[in-house]
Ligand binder design. Structure first.
Ligand code: ADP
Length: 392
């Protein structure tokens, strides 16, 4: 062997040793990860699986390796119905070449289902998926913690409501002269108390609605609704509030078709959007409510000439508890729950909601529902109207 040959052999040996070490490091990483990991080839067969995945699913490695993954590891929906292969995240990843994250349920070998959050990513070779890797974790504890939080809010809200209704009733009795004539200062103080209890009542309704919606047990009704009547009624409900500081226009297209939907939910959505337009528009501004149709939908729009939404806040405006800095700076009271609820409720009636806004100029919020309407869904609770004042 020449010196050149022996150098080459040495070099190859060193490279092989390095590759072995890298592979061992990768193996150690793969198996020691706390998250479940499953690698799948382009035919959908399992090529690798780590211990965490085996522990969660209840299989041994040899029971999974080489198996056709969608059949062996059964994915189910909340109601225990099996997710079809075509709807499995891994299939979607193969079709689109893009990673996706979803929450679903897996069925253990013993048949028990458990909730998982998973991210499935394609393994790409020259831009073509040659396999996929799935990382998942059991989210039972997260769901349990969320449930407890929801229960806590629900109990706290109920407990608050009882003493509050006593404050409400007795304030109204005072206002109506049951305890004698009030002097001017007493009336002013009482008006502040009544306004504050109204606000608190609305907040409690919102919290209760959110906990019920999140628990998934709100009923959705379907009956024929004339949205033009509904919008007119909401406009007149807000009129006293608007007239004190703003002007109001309503533009309702002729012959808006009746639609089968849930009146309470739609009213809650529209009222929230209108209430925001009023809240976030300074004195002298304009609020314009419109109702019109396009080919498939009926669209409600509320336009205001208010503070608008800063560019950097636009992505988060529908998130729970989010409030834009300009709204906070103006000292307009709020919780950041209204739009979150609007978004979730819009989904309940197969609707959509979006907005356009320019800071300092104003905003337009939209809510659309399909002319086709919805079919109802039973649930343990009805939505509470959180916008109408209790004493109305
Ligand atoms: P809240 O009004 O209780 O703060 P919402 O969830 O209804 O909560 O709204 C979230 C945020 O979106 C508000 O705090 C405000 O920053 C912004 N926003 C909503 N509607 C408007 C509007 N019409 N004009 C300007 N900002 C708005």
């Amino acid at each position: 062997m020449t010196k050149q040959d022996s150098d080459l052999v040495k070099d190859l040996r060193a490279q092989a040793a390095k590759a072995r070490e890298e592979s061992a490091t990768f193996d150690a990483l793969f198996s020691s990860l706390g998250e479940g990991l499953i690698a799948i080839n382009e035919k959908g067969h399992v090529t690798r699986v780590n211990q965490a995945a085996l522990d969660m699913l209840g299989y041994t490695e040899s029971e999974l390796l080489g198996e056709w993954y969608p059949e062996k590891v059964v994915m189910v929906n909340e109601d225990n119905s099996v997710v079809e292969t075509i709807d499995r995240p891994v299939t979607q990843v193969f079709m689109t070449g893009k990673a996706i994250s979803v929450s679903k349920y897996y069925r253990r070998k013993d048949g028990e289902k458990f909730p998982v959050f998973m991210t499935v990513s394609p393994i790409l070779l020259r831009n073509k998926p040659i396999g996929a890797i799935e990382v998942f974790r059991d989210i039972s504890d997260d769901i349990e913690a969320d449930k407890m939080k929801t229960e806590f809010i629900s109990i706290a809200s109920h407990q608050l409501r009882t003493p509050l209704s006593a404050v409400n009733t007795y304030s109204l009795m005072l206002e109506n002269g049951y305890a004698g004539e009030l002097n001017e200062q007493q009336s002013t103080f009482l008006a502040v108390i009544i306004a504050a209890t109204d606000r608190m009542n609305r907040l409690i309704s919102t919290l209760l609605n959110i906990t019920r919606i999140e628990a998934g047990n709100i009923s959705v009704e379907s009956s024929p609704i004339d949205l033009s009547i509904l919008v007119r009624s909401i406009a007149s409900e807000f009129e006293p509030q608007i007239n004190q500081k703003l002007s109001l226009k309503t533009k309702i297209e002729d012959k808006i078709p009746e639609v089968n939907t849930d009146k309470l939910i739609v009213r809650e959505i529209i009222s929230n959007l209108v209430s925001n337009a009023i809240k976030y528009t300074p004195e002298g501004g304009l609020i314009e409510m419109s109702l019109y149709t396009d080919r498939k939908s009926i669209i409600f729009q509320v336009r205001d000439t208010g503070y608008g939404i800063p560019e950097g806040s636009k992505d988060q405006i529908f998130s729970k508890f989010y409030r834009a800095s300009n709204a906070v700076k103006q000292e307009v009271s709020g919780t950041g729950l209204g739009l979150y609820m609007v978004k979730v409720l819009a989904e309940k009636v197969d609707g959509d909601t979006w907005f356009e806004s320019q800071e300092g100029k104003g905003s337009s919020f939209y809510f659309s529902i399909s002319k086709k309407g919805i079919s109802g869904k039973s649930g343990a609770f009805k939505l509470e109207n959180s916008r109408i004042k209790r004493r109305d």
